[in-house]
Write a protein that binds this ligand. Sequence first.
Ligand SMILES: *Cc1c(COP(=O)(O)O)cnc(C)c1O
Length: 386
Amino acid sequence: MLSQRLASAIAQRKAADGYRELEARLGPQGREALVDGQRLLNFCSNDYLGLANHPRVVEALTSGAKRYGAGSGASQLVSGRSDCHTELEAAIATWLGFEDCLVFSSGYQANLAMLGTLIARHDQIFQDRDNHASLIDAALHTRADYHRYRHTDTRHLSTLLDQHPANYQQLQWMVTDGVFSMDGEIAPLSELASLNQATHRGLLVDDAHGVGVLGKHGCGSLAHCGVAPAEVSAMMLTFGKALGTFGAAIVASREVIDALRQFARPYIYTTALPPALVVATQQSLSLLQAEPERQQRLQRRIQQFQYEATAAGLEVLPSDTAIQGVIIGDNHAAMAAAEQLRARDIWLKAMRPPTVAKGTARLRITLSAEHTESDISQLIEALTDV
Ligand SMILES: *Cc1c(COP(=O)(O)O)cnc(C)c1O
């Protein structure tokens, strides 16, 4: 019975050109990566600032392991928390201008915790339709009433908020990515913050792709949009993207963070992030702050890509972030394009449903501060050819 069910699901996926093949890299992924014996120019990494292979970050990870061991040994509430967790949380809160911070073992878990703890079952959730899968799953997990508004469409959101007014004990939660992971668009955060001024509302932001990339000091989408920390209920950031390591954090008021510490099951019932990773993240945060030129270099590559792609007549989605998209439409055509680019030593991935909406299969390109001007030109040339 199980075998029949799985075989049919997999056959369906194959028939729709949606079957996923995993590839294993040899060695690190940086500007280049070695895959199947081929050296490829890498446009599918989220290491936006080139910190994942930075010698000082790698050294911090090693010395952290020598000092604290390989694992954390337990959940943070038991014995898994080290002094370096406290230090990193203080550094992140100060950097982003929030009262307090809590470190998580992954962004997926942090989102489960953020929504699962703050949103009551009798509340209402309003999510951007293109939110990251972890936010969608986290919303289901709350079992609250659940509405999805059209992508970045705050007018549609307002209509839905009016159509589903809150009763005296309900909160209306607005939930959004800061930067959308499949098109690189920035959420209309200042309009969302205005809608959030009512006392019966809350606003939760997942800034996995904004922090380190956007805003003064790399403070992310909120800083970019001129929204103050006090205007949102909580924000999530991951360490696995611009910070180049692994793990995540939530920043919020002292009260919200205390509630998460007390009640967030994905925080309480999981092994703490290993201290070595905490030490490495602290080091990459120091580099991010000391070397703003990384963010500036990335911004120049983003502008170059947009300018040259438009000049070449490519259908690129408008984006001021490290994530760029070229819409192809058909799954098969998107896969074929990625394969042809591969033959030209360019590594990027075709994104297909259910990761993106049906009929909008695309090439997803991620840019990094490590890319050179000529890397971008080479990419544009190859995209034009295929
Ligand atoms: C990567 C990502 C996550 C999950 O973070 P992990 O630390 O990789 O679990 C959550 N939200 C968004 C928007 C992401 O891009």
